[in-house]
Every structure is written in C-alpha cells, then in structure tokens.
Design a protein around this ligand. Structure first.
Ligand code: SAM
Length: 243
C-alpha cells in the first residue's frame, strides 16, 4: 500500500504479534484510553449489552488481554458461572490476572494461555464467545472461526469486536492520518515504541471489512450473521450463532 506495508511470512507475523504485545502489555490500558480517546470503553459497553450474558453461563473472552470484558462478565455470570480469559501472550495474560485479582474478582475466572486457532476445549462447551480487537492479530482467521464454532454450544453466540472500514470517505481520510501519523507518534512519545503502534495501524488497515468478515463467519458455519457499525464503521461488532 502507499503506507509501505509489506506482506510478512506467517512465522514472522506470529513472532511479531508476540513481540508487540509483550512490549506493550504493561502500558496497554493507558494507551488504549489515549489512542481511542476513551471511546473503546463505549465500544466494549455496547458489546456487553449485545452479549446479554446471564448468571451461570460459561463465557470465553478470547484474546482477552488485560481483561476489560472478562471483568464485566465475571460480575454478571456470578459464582455459578465461569469466564475463561484466553490469550496467546503470557505477558498480557499476567497483566490481566493481576488487574482482575486487584478488582477482587476471584473464583469464577480461569486464565488460559492458548491459541484461537486451536482452542483447548471440548465441543459445545461455551454459551458465549467474545473476541475484542483480537481477530486481526490471528494468523489463520478462518481456522480460528472454525475453532470458535466447535467449542460454542448449539444456540450459542459469537461476538467479534474489531476495527473495520469507515463508511464515509471524509472520515476515512481523517482516520488514515490519525492512525498512520498520530498513532505511531503517540506510541513513540508515551510508550517509547513507535514500531508496535505502526504495526497496530497496519494490522487495522489489512483487516477484512464488514461484509468480508460477515462472509468469513458464514463460511466457517455461523448462522444469522450480522454486524453493527460503531463510530462510523471505524469499529464493527459482528454477531453470529451456532444453530
Ligand atoms: N480483548 C482485549 C481488549 O479488547 O482490550 C485485548 C485486545 S489486544 C489488542 C489483542 C490480544 O490478542 C493480545 O493480547 C494478543 O496477545 C492476543 N492474540 C493475538 N493472537 C492471538 C491468538 N492467535 N490467539 C489468542 N490470542 C491472540
């Protein structure tokens, strides 16, 4: 692209995603607030509403990182429920665990280091799966979607919260400047790490748009797939069911 993205080999991508999240883990929450100007909280609140979780449910917060969604779900499912915070990255998982324990959330959360492409759970296990700002980092997205479908129980729901394609041209232009100029600069100044935030901007641009992701979910076997644009399509929440 005109932003100089180079296609990297698969193993390099795995390594790169690992390095990126290892190096940003401790500053991840602050940077999230800063870079999205706090708006990621609204996107996540909306996700929690659509999830409509209930006490006693088993929920997988995949690529859960520092546990924003897990924190909410843990309170909702209560002592009879279970929330699995699964992430491939040990540093992110450790930050998440410390934070949730500090919040006093113990007893119904399991911390699992695992890869979305081959989830270490039996078939039909979860009532609900969420993956927030995680799918774009996964190397084989189709394998990951199939794996999520497998561990979801019939009637269960998948929610994918992810950066998407702004729906208007002017917004797209503003957003390009923001993500390719402002983000790496902020990354450099605040976190001393421009490269990780340049990767972030590139991965956002490469991620499938609304319709493509919907199609991928359908191909993986999800039914009644649909999406809702947030902030003019900068982010979209995709929903699908296992029937
Ligand atoms: N869900 C959290 C949130 O919304 O704040 C964290 C999102 S963070 C941008 C993306 C996370 O995806 C990272 O913690 C990273 O380690 C994780 N990740 C990347 N590839 C993964 C994979 N193949 N399986 C599981 N997690 C993965």
């Amino acid at each position: 692209t005109d932003f100089g993205y180079e296609q990297v080999p698969v193993q390099d991508k795995v390594k790169r995603v690992g390095q990126v999240f290892h190096s940003v883990a401790s500053r991840y929450d602050v940077m999230n607030d800063l870079m999205s100007m706090g708006i990621h909280r609204i996107w996540k609140r909306f996700t929690i509403e659509v999830a409509a979780a209930r006490p006693g449910q088993k929920i997988l917060d995949l690529a859960g990182g520092t546990g924003d969604l897990t924190s909410r779900f843990s309170r909702i499912v209560g002592p009879t429920g279970q929330v699995v915070l699964c992430d491939i990255n040990a540093s992110m998982l450790a930050c998440g665990r410390t934070r949730l324990i500090d919040e006093g959330l113990v007893g119904n959360i399991n911390y699992v280091q695992g890869n979305a492409e081959c989830l270490p759970y039996p078939d039909d296990y979860f009532d609900l799966i969420t993956i927030a700002f995680g799918l774009r980092n996964v190397t084989d997205k189709n394998a990951a979607l199939r794996s999520m479908l497998r561990v979801l129980r019939p009637g269960g729901k998948l929610l994918v919260l992810e950066f998407s394609q702004p729906t208007s041209k002017p917004l797209q232009s503003v957003y390009d400047v923001y993500s390719f100029k402002a983000l790496p600069l902020m990354g450099k100044v605040v976190a001393g790490d421009a490269d990780s935030y340049r990767y972030l901007a590139e991965s956002i641009r490469m991620h499938p748009d609304q319709e493509t992701l919907k199609q991928m979910m359908q191909t993986a076997g999800f039914e009644r797939c649909d999406y809702h644009n947030l902030t003019g399509g900068i982010v979209a929440l995709h929903k699908g069911y296992k029937l």
